[in-house]
Design a protein around this ligand. Structure first.
Ligand code: DX5
Ligand code: ZN
Length: 221
């Protein structure tokens, strides 16, 4: 069984004091940071570029960072984020003309590669590239905003992806992104996910340690 990881999505952090907020969430037990990149083109919102990640690394943030590209095109961004210390780089198959080439580019930079699936996107994209993938990310909301409701039918997709991974016998993580809270994380775990990307349910809490503890105890139950 793979380790269960909680990845706070810093899109919901306080950007006016990002370094401090991120330090606090790490002290509260974050396993990795989820870093949402939105370009107001692939998704209808604008967030952070590679300079922000560089600033976090310079500030002393050393835990793994998972860069979620919701942008188009992506190849230049892959190089930019790899250069400033991304650990994982994940992208949506619809956002690149050449999925295999973009995956190879991530690997050439020494990062781990992820493919992200919108709620309506089929897992068929995996068929010829799964050998180059370290993490499959299933969106359980439509990308672009934090604070949306979890789409329940995605539980079936998690089960489907879990089976696919188990059948390959490869060491691939299964992440779920969007709308996760203390009421639904258990069903997401049971369906087969092992990385839980959580934005608003963590950052809207007034006590990060407490909410992380609640999540952790549900996961270890
Ligand atoms: C949505 C982002 C998510 C988002 C999650 O486009 O990819 O990572 O920040 O936030 P919550 O947990 O609030 O849905
Ligand atoms: Zn995300």
């Amino acid at each position: 069984m793979k380790r269960l990881l909680i990845a706070p999505s810093i899109l919901s952090a306080n950007f006016a004091k990002l370094g401090e907020d991120v330090t606090n969430i790490i002290s509260a037990g974050a396993d990795l940071l989820h870093f949402d990149v939105m370009d107001n083109h692939y998704v209808p919102n604008l967030s952070m570029g590679s300079m922000v990640l560089q600033s976090l690394r310079s500030y002393g943030i050393s835990i793994p960072i998972d860069v979620h590209l919701m942008a188009k095109p992506i190849d230049q961004l892959i190089s930019d984020f790899a250069a400033v210390g991304a650990t994982y780089i994940s992208f949506h198959p619809e956002a690149t003309e050449h999925i295999d080439r973009s995956l190879q580019l991530i690997k050439e930079h020494g990062c781990k590669a992820g493919l992200v699936f919108n709620p309506s996107t089929t897992l068929n994209y995996l068929e010829y590239v799964i050998h180059n993938i370290d993490v499959i990310v299933l969106m359980s909301v439509n990308p672009g905003f934090s604070g949306q409701l979890f789409i329940p039918v995605i539980l079936n997709k998690i089960r489907q992806a879990r089976k696919l991974i188990d059948d390959t016998n490869r060491n691939i993580d299964l992440a779920v992104d969007g709308g996760i809270n203390v009421n639904n994380i258990r069903s997401i775990l049971k369906a087969g996910a092992n990385i839980f990307i959580v934005g608003s349910a963590i950052f809207e809490s007034s006590n990060y340690c407490e909410v992380m503890h609640v999540f952790r105890s549900i996961l270890s139950d």
